[in-house]
Design a protein around this ligand. Structure first.
Ligand SMILES: Nc1nc(=O)c2c([nH]1)NC[C@@H]1CN(c3ccc(C(=O)N[C@@H](CCC(=O)O)C(=O)O)cc3)CN21
Ligand SMILES: CC(C)C(=O)C(=O)O
Ligand SMILES: [Mg+2]
Length: 290
């Protein structure tokens, strides 16, 4: 399944061996149902900037321009205030920095819920102005008609069920779903509805493992877990969380590095060097031509 890619250290761009890399497609992603064990899980991470996209692209199947940029990039308390213009600006940057992964852009709160027509207007802007291949929207049974409407008109949709952060005011916080019969049944029904409406994949966020497994088995498209289960057909995390760049992280995050400490150390050294006049040195200083 996986091809070997090498990194051009000057550009951080991936180079396949032996022939040029082609961007993965939505149908290729859709066909990657693993049924829990067989097959290679899908790898997705969030990206908001061109530099992040360049670094992540060779290693991922999908890059998600998540509305989590509200908290991570803009310091907001929730994803509720994020605008479509913000998503489009970051989406275009991520498409420019990638050429292997499928790029998916979150439709932000208030840009799609009113009607299928409302959703397609926003999604069309995303597709035209960013070059992304798909959009993602939160919601289950209530959004199934909208998912079908967009899919029938050329816009691939990724679903998102379980802990849906745009519904934080209904859920009463970022709370794990499926611990009681009512939310457990809702997660399954929502996943089935979005799958039958034609979603090419579904994010299952913050759901107890047995229900995430049941939802994965109940749908024909791949599920992407985040605080879901290792038996989902793929996994996603917020990149800054897994790199140790964001301090308040959910329990489902594993920190694969501690970049905040590295950056803080480098800046401490810079500040000390400026204050002691040991930076800049000769090598960083311009002199008149001799
Ligand atoms: N940096 C970042 N990472 C994310 O994963 C993320 C965002 N931002 N912004 C949008 C949403 C918000 N998310 C969140 C935020 C908090 C929890 C959280 O603290 N959950 C509790 C669960 C408590 C429970 O019900 O048991 C936890 O302790 O993990 C979960 C998801 C996921 N998304
Ligand atoms: C956490 C993922 C699934 C997301 O929706 C986001 O980053 O906004
Ligand atoms: Mg999101």
């Amino acid at each position: 399944m996986s091809t070997t890619y090498t990194l051009d250290t000057k550009t951080d761009r991936a180079h396949p061996t032996p022939k040029p890399m082609k961007r993965l497609t939505v149908p290729a992603i859709r066909s990657r149902k693993t049924d829990g064990k067989t097959g290679e899980p899908l790898v997705m991470l969030t990206a908001y900037t061109v530099r992040a996209a360049q670094l992540l692209d060779p290693h991922c199947d999908m890059l998600l321009v998540g509305d989590s940029l509200g908290q991570v990039v803009y310091g907001l308390d929730s994803t509720i205030p994020v605008s479509l213009d913000m998503m489009i600006a970051h989406g275009a940057a991520v498409v420019r920095g990638s050429y292997h992964s499928v790029v998916i852009v979150d439709l932000p709160f208030g840009s799609y819920e009113e009607s299928p027509e409302h959703a397609i207007r926003s999604a069309t802007r995303v597709m035209k102005e960013t070059g992304a291949a798909a959009v993602k929207m939160e919601g289950g049974e209530a959004m199934a008609g909208t998912v079908a409407f967009l899919t029938a008109r050329g816009i691939p949709v990724m679903g998102h069920v379980g802990l849906t952060p745009q519904a934080v005011n209904i859920l009463g916080g970022h709370k794990v779903q499926g611990r009681d019969d009512a939310t457990a049944a809702k997660v399954i029904a929502d996943a089935k509805a979005i799958d039958q409406a034609g979603a090419f994949a579904i994010v299952i966020e913050g759901v107890i493992e047995p229900i995430a497994i049941e939802a994965t088995r109940a749908v024909s498209c791949p599920t992407i877990g985040i605080g879901g289960s290792a038996q989902c057909d793929g996994q996603v995390l917020v990149t800054e969380d897994m790199l140790g760049m964001f301090d308040r992280v959910p329990r489902f995050v594993k920190k694969f590095d501690d970049l905040a400490t590295n950056i803080s150390n480098a800046v401490e050294t810079y500040a000390a060097d400026v204050r002691s006049r040991s930076f800049p040195e000769e090598a960083q200083t311009y002199q008149p031509k001799k």
